[in-house]
Design a binder for this molecule. Structure first.
Ligand SMILES: Cc1cc2nc3c(=O)[nH]c(=O)nc-3n(C[C@H](O)[C@H](O)[C@H](O)COP(=O)(O)OP(=O)(O)OC[C@H]3O[C@@H](n4cnc5c(N)ncnc54)[C@H](O)[C@@H]3O)c2cc1C
Length: 323
């Protein structure tokens, strides 16, 4: 027995004790490939389904005292996980944090929805539609959670989280609860303040407008159809692989113009249907994806001068050099 083995055992005991006390599920050796839309990634040491604010606070305090690595995972739709997994704890918000609430407004004020961070955006947009509220139609086909969508300031078809968010409740890594107004969240293109000041997002309040239900439904259906027609949804991916490199520059267009559609490395491929997506064509590893992305980045840079940056968040020891 060595010291690190003893330390590992002590951590396991503490996690078991906290999870039992707050009735939270603890799993060990969890394959990240089963929890990411890319279907890539080795095992995480631990996976905790967090269903209690106090329990979360207790875990965060333990991690900070013991310098334990952890990662907050939503629905894993914007993650590229390392082939050798993650030596630490994945925190995944469970059903307790997936409750959505429609708040009746006073005369003159706008209708709001308080969305649980673990709810899906799809479900949130559906609730808006049911209440004839407009403002979320373009977000309705994004496959992530509300928490992940705020963290990434997700958006599509001219809609973005930052246009509708008014407030957010979150827990900082010292285990303390906070509320912040939208203008304090640093929301910009695929950016939020949480990228520099990490915290666990617990709920998000959005303000919408009253609309015509049939129009809202028609818009949602149109956006879904556009996704189905244009995106390679029959292959695992993490959505757009690269961020927009400039105000009027689109990674997919640049990649297409460089003739890179169909470029393949191992099991990873630049989608033939949509150049902005790297897909897991067949048993791709994280190394396949990063090797392919390096080739794409080099060619686009040499031919157009634009430097592409990865959009998915890297989990574990992923070898990727930002330029
Ligand atoms: C087919 C496909 C299409 C897509 N289309 C779009 C699109 O049109 N527009 C778009 O913007 N994105 C798109 N995406 C990407 C992705 O769905 C979004 O970025 C989504 O918002 C990520 O949410 P998630 O819950 O899956 O987050 P995850 O992928 O699990 O995590 C992403 C980041 O958010 C953090 N995070 C997640 N939850 C929390 C929380 N509660 N508290 C703190 N941090 C948290 C994670 O730590 C991580 O850093 C697409 C993905 C796929 C696979």
């Amino acid at each position: 027995m060595n010291a690190s083995h003893d330390k590992g055992n002590a951590m396991r005991e503490m996690l078991l004790e906290i999870c039992e006390r707050y009735k939270m599920k603890l799993l060990e050796q969890v394959p990240l490939s089963e929890h990411t839309s890319f279907h890539i990634g080795g095992h995480a040491d631990y996976w905790i389904e967090v269903n209690d604010k106090e329990g979360l606070s207790c875990l965060l305090k333990l991690f900070s005292e013991t310098s334990t690595s952890f990662f907050v995972m939503g629905r894993g739709t914007n993650i590229l996980a390392a082939d050798d997994g993650f030596r630490g704890v994945i925190l995944h918000l469970g059903e307790h944090f997936a409750v959505n609430e429609f708040r009746e407004q006073n005369a003159g004020s706008k209708p709001t929805l308080c969305l649980g961070a673990a709810s899906t955006l799809v479900k949130a947009a559906k609730i808006a539609e049911e209440h004839s509220l407009t403002g979320m139609e373009g977000l309705s086909g994004i496959p992530g959670s509300v928490g992940g969508a705020l963290y990434m300031n997700a958006g599509a078809y001219g809609y973005e989280m930052r246009q509708i968010v008014t407030e957010c409740e979150y827990m900082t890594y010292d285990g303390e609860l906070h509320t912040a107004a939208a203008d304090a969240l640093g929301l910009a293109y695929r950016h939020s303040r949480f990228m520099e000041e990490p915290a666990v997002i617990l709920s998000v309040t959005v303000e919408l407008e009253r609309g015509e239900k049939s129009e809202i439904t028609a818009k949602m259906q149109d956006f879904l159809k556009r996704r189905n027609d244009k995106q390679p949804l029959n292959f695992p991916s993490a959505g757009s692989t690269f961020k927009r490199p400039g105000e009027n520059a689109y990674a997919s267009r640049l990649i297409d113009e460089c003739g890179l559609k169909g470029l393949t490395f191992g099991g990873a491929q630049v989608s033939e249907k949509h150049a902005g997506f790297v897909i897991n064509r067949s048993g791709a590893t994280c190394e396949d994806v990063t090797a392919l992305c390096r080739q794409v980045r080099e060619k686009v840079k040499s031919e157009t001068g634009y430097v592409l940056e990865l959009e998915p968040v890297l989990l574990g020891d992923v070898k990727w050099e930002s330029e």
